[in-house]
Design a protein. Structure first.
Ligand code: B12
Length: 219
């Protein structure tokens, strides 16, 4: 039976809101079958739902177990949609190398993973360091890979300060000018990026690709 885009986006949302991983998976597969843009499915289906879950958690209407189950359901959906995001990759020439990770003390990975996937899809080579990444690990990986960009994600107000620590650390070892530095994540905004002296900020994965290209002087 045919399902409209709106119906599928609603299923994705409802699946996360009802902690129903199977429902999310089914809806994600449906989205692919119906040719819905996978990024749109993440942005307008899954993300508003996980944000709503985040608000409920903040209001203490739900607790960590529910937050965890909802996040698992979202991740399962993203895992199904992700290969389709990556499809455009092909044999493209690499635009540049990006080392990405979530800062130390922070284990949120969903948004960072989406940014990594979109950068890859756009033609960047991405080295993903995972979560809870210490400032020296970012630099170590960037040196080893001869990266062009270091990208740091932070989802909590008390871990976004690690982005500033990263800038300060790079300065202290004389490596600040070797890399372009991008920051992002829930509590991060343009103003914060400017304040700490990062080179770029983006509010979502599509814009992250645009900013990465701009930082390297590509169109
Ligand atoms: C899912 C989730 C979890 C999951 C994470 C699962 C996973 N594998 O990532 C789990 C259950 C593990 C979790 C744990 C915790 N969480 Co939590 N979590 C969330 C939630 C609901 C959604 C985050 C998310 O995935 N969003 C969806 C993605 C797609 O969006 P995104 O991450 O923002 O990414 C997009 C952009 O920001 C941007 N972006 C992201 N990274 C980068 C990087 C760069 C370089 C760029 C350019 C762009 C960019 O592009 C992305 C895609 O478009 C948020 C609420 C919220 N509104 O953020 C709380 C939230 C972040 N969590 C919170 C808390 C408190 C915790 C815990 C401390 C709870 C606890 N008591 O243990 C722990 C953290 C432990 C730790 N040390 O890190 C708080 C933080 C409060 C604060 N302001 O500091 C929030 C805000 C909830 C709340 N309102 O209270 N959490």
């Amino acid at each position: 039976m045919h399902m409209s885009k709106e119906e599928i986006l609603k299923e994705l949302r409802e699946g996360v809101l009802n902690y129903d991983e199977e429902r999310v998976k089914k809806a994600a597969m449906r989205a692919l079958e119906e040719g819905i843009d996978p990024f749109l499915a993440i942005k307008e289906g899954l993300t508003p739902a996980i944000n709503e879950i985040g608000k409920k958690f903040e209001r203490m209407e739900i607790f960590l177990p529910q937050l965890t189950i909802a996040a698992k359901a979202m991740e399962a959906g993203v895992a199904i949609l992700e290969p389709a995001l990556d499809k455009s990759q092909g044999e493209k020439v690499k635009l540049g190398k990006v080392v990405i990770g979530t800062v130390q003390g922070d284990i949120h990975s969903i948004g960072k993973n989406i940014v990594a996937t979109m950068l890859r899809a756009a033609g960047f080579e991405v080295i993903d360091l995972g979560v809870d990444v210490a400032v020296d690990k970012f630099l170590e990986a960037a040196e080893r890979a001869k990266a062009d960009i270091i990208a740091a994600s932070a989802l909590m107000s008390f871990t976004k300060v690690m982005q500033r620590d990263l800038v300060e650390y790079l300065k202290s070892v004389g490596a600040r000018d070797k890399y372009k530095l991008m920051v992002g994540g829930g509590p991060v905004n343009e103003e914060w990026a400017r304040e700490i002296g990062a080179d770029g900020y983006a509010e979502d994965a599509i814009k992250a690709v645009k900013v990465a290209k701009e930082l390297l002087g590509l169109k």
